[in-house]
Design a protein around this ligand. Sequence first.
Ligand SMILES: Nc1nc2c(ncn2[C@@H]2O[C@H](COP(=O)(O)OP(=O)(O)O)[C@@H](O)[C@H]2O)c(=O)[nH]1
Ligand SMILES: [Mg+2]
Length: 329
Amino acid sequence: MNKKRNEMTALDILEKNILTGQRRALAKAITLVESGRADHQAEAQKLLARLLPHTGKSVRLGFTGTPGVGKSTFIEAFGLFLTGRGHKVAVLAVDPSSIRTGGSILGDKTRMELLSRDPNAFIRPSPSGGTLGGVARRTREAMLVCEAAGYDIVLIETVGVGQSEIAVSDMVDMFLLMLAPAGGDDLQGIKRGIMELADLVIINKADGDLEKAARKAAGDYRAALRLMRPKVACWTTSVILASAIEGRGLDRIWKQIQAFEGAMKDSGILAEMRARQARAWMWSEIHDQMMEAFRTRHPDRLEQIEQNVAQGKTPATTAARSLLRDFLK
Ligand SMILES: Nc1nc2c(ncn2[C@@H]2O[C@H](COP(=O)(O)OP(=O)(O)O)[C@@H](O)[C@H]2O)c(=O)[nH]1
Ligand SMILES: [Mg+2]
């Protein structure tokens, strides 16, 4: 009885401290969300349910692009630009390589030292371990906690690797693709699909010797974009030159973001999109949790049957049906 009362109080305090914007409470809540322990997860879900009414008010931005293009450098410069205008900025990351390495890559080269000292910025590296779905869930939930803590702009960095880009585009309002100045003709091996996801294309490093190449690349990408179907009816993707190092283009990019957010809100598409994202998230959670339960229920039997399928002893469909029948019993 007593213990239960103490627990309630701890959660009450944590909630209050998050809502009043205390960084330590925010960090603690994200640690709870990221924890694999069942009791932590239960606490985290209780907390999220309480925070939910205070979420959804931020501008959610996802940045992608091949490693080295300057995402971290840009996010730091842009973050400082935004806090300078009175915003509270949260920086999160989705990096699937952290699943293997156990470390986060956000700031491997660029540590965002200036931004991390800014009292109006909160930086959290990519969660590590588990599946991409797990990493994406924890980043999503971290984003909600940041919103409850009053951060009105959330910047999410993703590495330019297929599935993680899709995962991030499914949790943000606007998806910004960063490209390097060179090789505009062959689209730098950027998959067409990623160009189609982009709401804004930023050609970074448009400075010094690279400026001329950046202009040419911008022309090439504009031409490529004209051939593509618009992603949303109310918005046309454009290409902007920037230099994270010289702070060039930040103003124009912010104007584009505000115009995008405005158009998406006015048309009702933003609310629709967020509702769709929340639904899709629920289904992907069901999928992941079912698979996890399925794999851990009878691992020995599963392995045996899988082997029989691999060796051609049992038809795959027969095996799947029999395993599912056992699972659903
Ligand atoms: N010339 C130039 N170099 C840049 C610019 N932005 C980033 N860089 C450099 O590009 C390298 C990779 O930057 P980083 O931000 O770590 O890239 P990320 O892997 O996309 O996050 C670093 O050496 C940066 O100093 C820029 O606007 N101009
Ligand atoms: Mg980076």
